[in-house]
Design a protein around this ligand. Structure first.
Ligand code: AMP
Length: 397
């Protein structure tokens, strides 16, 4: 795996695909700078080597048309502030003007290209457009994990024009290593905690992960499809009746593969889907009609605690309750705390994909786990066992 550390950028121009798709407020101020900060080490490495950096990114979904609201010029000041270098800007990502701006770029300087998605050719993965982009750098660096699952011009296609001169940036390399640790090289016992709303959206992950883990915790709304499939009474809890056979087959596959599955035994049931609902703790298979399970119960959390604390590698995807409502956030917060303890005891913990990242940030766990993935869709596809085109394009050499 070639990373940015395998190259010396002295007098070279690095064409870096970053993910600067950041949120802006009504005054076009950046409201969350995480993604810019995450790209900083890669940019600094290039500059410190004595090279220059040409940054390319998308912002929002302009659908192939110029849209000033989605111009990357709005973030130029913030990027300059974070990188510590006055960043230059060019109002197109290809063409004569972009070519001139790159040609006049000196060592130590940074140029930000305009939003790639002002051109339809970006998302269609157009080869000619990728060739135009490729003229803007000597070495291609991909540091955008959030778009690594897309075969777009700047994330994948452009790489073919840099044989032997392409690599992963630090951020993308960290993501790849974190996934590797969970899926292949992690110390045993390996545990996956899968929560969230629906079995249907997690099924491919579950099936893929059964070959990699020793323990599987199933929590959240998914629980009830499994419980009902076993003949339990789930009241008005969320359930996918058409996925009950699948749930049973997952449990059989797990057994055959020697994976221990832990499903909640008790739940916090609510009279409504509301933070003002009445609540009671009941056995997971005896939820009265008119009530719905919205969080893991105390006995369940004790079981989860034991499993989490004895694991050496932990993947967490999906909350174990409706954490957005304070009344049903306890289970998810507890799981975060247990993972924090396990991590302090030396376990490697990765949180990734969709709402689990939101939960981790909401409750301030991001510094307590080993790694929080920066890519929702890209992480989910990795966990499903898919090869991401943006990663494959670099590995092809
Ligand atoms: P996902 O995007 O699949 O990870 O699902 C996350 C969503 O699942 C969150 O918005 C949670 O509120 C929701 N969720 C978790 N547990 C339950 C539950 N018991 N009933 C309904 N929704 C749930």
């Amino acid at each position: 795996m070639k990373t940015i550390d395998d190259f010396n950028f002295e007098n070279k121009k690095a064409l870096i695909r970053v993910d600067f798709n950041v949120p802006l407020d009504e005054n076009f101020e950046v409201t969350d700078t995480n993604r810019i900060e995450a790209a900083k080490p890669t940019i600094i490495k290039v500059l410190e080597d004595g090279g220059s950096a040409v940054l390319m990114s998308h912002l929002g979904r302009p659908k192939g048309e110029r849209n000033e609201d989605m111009s990357l010029k709005h973030i130029c000041g913030k990027v300059s502030e974070i990188i510590g270098v006055q960043v230059k800007f060019v109002a197109d990502c290809v063409g004569e003007e972009a070519g001139k701006a790159v040609a006049s770029l000196k060592a130590g300087e940074v140029l930000l290209l305009e939003n790639l998605r002002f051109h339809n050719e970006e998302t269609s993965g157009d080869v000619e457009f990728a060739k135009q982009l490729a003229k803007l750098g000597d070495i291609y660096v991909n540091d955008a994990f959030g778009t690594a699952h897309r075969a777009h011009a700047s994330t994948t296609i452009v790489a073919q024009f840099f044989p032997g001169k392409k690599c992963f940036g630090y951020l993308l390399a960290k993501e790849i290593i974190a996934i590797e640790k969970v899926m292949r090289t992690g110390e045993k016992p390996v545990l996956a905690i899968l929560g969230g709303a629906k079995v249907s959206s997690k099924i491919t992950i579950i099936e893929n992960i059964l070959d990699k883990v020793d323990h599987l915790i199933i929590g959240g709304g998914m629980t009830y499809t499994f419980v009902k499939a076993h003949g339990g009474r789930i009241g008005d809890s969320i359930c996918e009746d058409d996925k009950m056979d699948l749930a049973l087959s997952i449990l059989e596959q797990a057994k055959a593969k020697g994976v221990k599955v832990h499903i909640p035994v008790d739940v916090v049931a609510a009279s409504d889907f509301s933070n003002d609902a009445k609540t009671q703790v009941v056995d997971v298979d005896k939820i009265p009609d008119g009530w719905q399970g919205l969080d893991a119960g105390p006995k369940t959390l004790e079981i989860f605690r034991e499993v989490i604390l004895k694991s050496k590698t932990i993947l967490w995807n999906g909350p174990v309750g409706v954490f957005e409502m304070e009344k049903f956030a306890k289970g998810t917060i507890s799981v975060g705390n247990f993972i924090d303890d396990a991590t302090q005891n030396g376990a490697f913990s990765l949180v990734g994909g969709g709402d689990s990242v939101a939960a981790v940030k909401q409750f301030g766990f991001q510094d307590k786990v080993s790694y929080v993935s920066t890519g929702g869709g890209a992480m989910l596809e990795s966990l499903e066992g898919k090869t991401l085109p943006g990663i494959a394009a670099i590995l092809e050499g």
